[in-house]
Design a binder for this molecule. Structure first.
Ligand code: ATP
Length: 467
């Protein structure tokens, strides 16, 4: 276990040449002891290079990497006490699973043979691969190979794990299962972990904190909640969240933001948050948009209500993603934006609807710099997260529950979410808002393990938690 610190870490490839690339640009962050930090960003943003510098597989152009108080820039990879797991399983094909797992230990320790043998058996049991120990990699499925690759890293009991897209070769269902399992193992072992992925859902559901990179530059480091609700800039706002946040570029004209498609009056409080910035981008998450059917007679167009036409309906089961265009937009190729509504709501393409963009749900960005001028208002103290509840939904899906859906309406307090599970019942999620993420997760595992319905929400107590 260790604390890993990066200080102004930079990597320039082909320095001075015509094809010079600054892959990582003055990245600084601290990964706490036992923390699961996910490095996320689009292809080519510098994630793997950062990880490879930590591992010692790439030299550092400038800056420092320390493991606890030890500067490791010039320490050989073998002596860094780090275990790396790659997307390709990189198992030795001529060795059995047992030999693959033994190999790392034999290379990196001076343990006696019988201790090594016992450690391999224990780790295999933890990874649920005991019955595979005498098979060779060619006799394993992709999921089993990845499990072995993880086991081979775990058996070494390193100071930290470095994982580069370790699940991306697996099919979607197996990936979801392995995600949960990896979290369980990481929490059991309590080992500092840096996990690279381009998949924001993986980042949101797995990370204690996530670090968002773009073009080699660190955009934000924070809990999934912080990055989701209070993005520091437009890039993070657009990258985190699925479907992505909708953006509308506009200009401030007195108290109104005038975009190509609509005019949106802003309160005095919001205007003071904007200050003197004129070119402003309004952002709103699809799940925060409220869509009213035209049959709801009381709803009229107005300040924050707009007449729109349904372009495409994309049903995903528990919800529908609705692609909309403003009714007044007569351009030949009108821009669409997305609203996510309940899967039970029936909407058809071509329908005219009234779309409400609630002022308390909007984000505003400086169009030129992308910097957030104002993020949506939160009605809770921020200690209970939407991603946390998403994690619950993901975790429960495919397990013992019949179905899980989270219905978010206005506001963000926990009590306004509902998770339906086991038969068609719906239970409100009510737990103290001060419960931290890890504790809620543990309680949830307890609820699942004990088969108790979480509507009672009696706290199992720390000693009862499986972890
Ligand atoms: P992906 O998700 O596609 O793996 P990434 O975020 O991990 O991408 P890196 O592999 O770290 O990105 O690459 C960052 C940048 O550095 C890219 O522009 C890449 O082309 C460049 N790069 C990486 N390795 C080298 C190299 N050995 N020589 C030159 N340029 C490189």
């Amino acid at each position: 276990m260790a604390t890993l610190t990066l200080t102004d870490v930079t990597k320039v490839f082909n320095s001075g040449g015509s094809n010079e690339v600054t892959a990582v640009d003055e990245v600084s962050m601290t990964i706490d002891d036992g923390e699961f930090l996910v490095l996320v960003g689009p292809s080519g943003c510098g994630k793997s290079t950062t990880l490879r510098m930590i591992a010692g597989l790439e030299t550092v152009t400038s800056g420092d990497i320390t493991l606890d108080d030890r500067r490791i820039n010039n320490v050989s990879p073998a002596n860094r006490d780090l275990a790396m797991v790659f997307q390709s399983y990189a198992l030795y094909p001529h060795m059995t699973v047992r030999e693959n797992m033994r190999f790392g230990l034999e290379e990196s320790t001076t343990l006696e043979d019988d201790v090594i043998a016992d450690t391999v058996v224990e780790t295999a049991s933890l990874m649920d691969i005991s019955e595979l120990l005498d098979r060779t990699p060619t006799e394993l499925s992709g999921g089993q190979q990845q499990r072995v690759a993880l086991g081979r890293a775990i058996v070494r009991d390193p100071a930290a794990f470095l994982m580069d897209e370790p699940l991306s070769n697996l099919d979607a269902k197996l990936r979801a299962t392995m995600r949960t399992e990896l979290q369980r193992i990481q929490a059991d072992l309590d080992v500092t972990t840096v996990y690279v992925t381009h998949d924001q859902t993986e980042a949101m559901t797995m990370g204690d904190r996530i670090a968002v990179l773009n073009d080699g530059i660190l955009q934000q480091v924070g809990t999934p909640l912080e990055c989701y609700h209070t993005p520091q800039n437009r890039f993070v706002a657009g990258f985190i969240g699925e479907p992505s946040m909708n953006f509308f570029d506009g200009t401030m004209k007195q108290e109104t933001l005038t975009a190509q498609q609509f005019s949106y009056p802003l309160s005095g409080e919001i205007q003071s948050a904007i200050g003197s910035t004129r070119e402003v981008t309004l952002g709103v998450r699809p799940e925060d948009i409220i869509m009213h059917q035209e049959t709801e007679n009381a709803i009229q167009t107005g300040d924050h209500h707009f007449e729109c036409v349904v372009d495409v309906v994309e049903p995903v089961g528990e919800s529908n993603h609705i692609y909309l265009r403003f009714a007044g937009d007569k351009s030949p190729d009108p821009e669409t934006f997305i609203a996510t509504i309940s899967g039970m709501q029936t909407v058809n393409s071509g329908d005219h609807v009234i779309v409400e963009i609630p002022p308390e749900a909007i984000h505003l960005f400086d169009t030129r710099s992308g910097t957030a001028l104002m993020n949506r208002s939160l009605t809770d103290n921020g200690s209970v997260e939407t991603p946390q509840l998403r994690w619950i939904a993901l975790h429960l899906r495919g397990r013992r529950c019949h179905s899980v859906s989270i219905n978010q309406r206005r506001g963000l307090t926990l009590r306004e979410y509902r998770v339906s599970m086991w038969e068609e019942s719906t239970y409100p999620i009510e737990c103290p808002e001060e419960w931290p993420v890890w504790y809620l997760r543990n309680c949830l595992k307890y609820w699942i393990a004990s088969g108790s319905h979480p509507h009672s929400y009696s706290c199992p107590g720390h000693s009862a938690c499986p972890d």
